[in-house]
Design a protein around this ligand. Structure first.
Ligand code: PNS
Length: 172
């Protein structure tokens, strides 16, 4: 039977930290479903569809990465798939409490599910979508921390200049 993991998150936007987790998870699982949460209460910078499109473009050459989105409870979404593992990245001990509560709550909602944690690679342990957005909004460089496509999308959102040769449409 195929081993499938669900990697849920806001991905607003996806960073190299997230991508690193997906790539390492693919060494353990046959398929990884990247599940973009609507997270409306977090007032995301990118719409769900924009976040999904970015991730789909980045993994377009990897058929083992499926990109989807969900609304409502994560456990309800997972129950509709053939996965029973929720994958989360841990950057530092500061992530632990939140993740521990979330994993415990999800397990109490559905005892069939487990959360698997992977430590973020040392190169990305300080990278978060929140700080990436803040730095980009203030005109700082985020190259090397997010894919070029994300850098461009951030510049568009914050109406910062993009070199003409780097411009691409949403459907490219
Ligand atoms: O990238 P994030 O914002 O840390 O991801 C958090 C996410 C989306 C995984 C979490 O908020 C979630 O699962 N939301 C869906 C609603 C839900 O199931 N909440 C109960 C979890 S305790």
């Amino acid at each position: 039977m195929e081993k499938v993991a669900i990697y849920p998150g806001s991905f607003d936007p996806i960073t190299y930290g997230h991508i690193d987790i997906v790539e390492r998870a693919l060494e353990i699982f046959d398929k990884v479903i990247v599940a973009v949460a609507h997270s409306a209460e977090k007032r995301p910078l990118f719409t769900t569809e924009e976040r999904r499109k970015i991730i789909r473009t980045l993994f377009k050459d990897n058929p083992n990465v499926i990109v989807d989105s969900f609304k409502g409870l994560l456990v309800d979404y997972v129950a509709k798939t053939n996965a029973r593992v929720i994958l989360r990245g841990l950057r530092a001990t500061s992530d632990f409490e939140y993740e521990f509560h979330m994993a415990s709550m999800n397990r109490s909602l559905n005892t069939h599910l487990d959360t698997l944690f992977m430590m973020t690679s040392k190169d990305y342990f300080f990278v978060s979508s929140r700080t990436i957005k803040e730095v980009a909004r203030l005109g700082g460089g985020v190259e090397g921390l997010v894919p070029d496509l994300v850098t461009r999308r951030l510049k568009e959102k914050f109406k910062l200049p993009i070199p003409k040769k780097n411009q691409i449409g949403w459907d490219d």
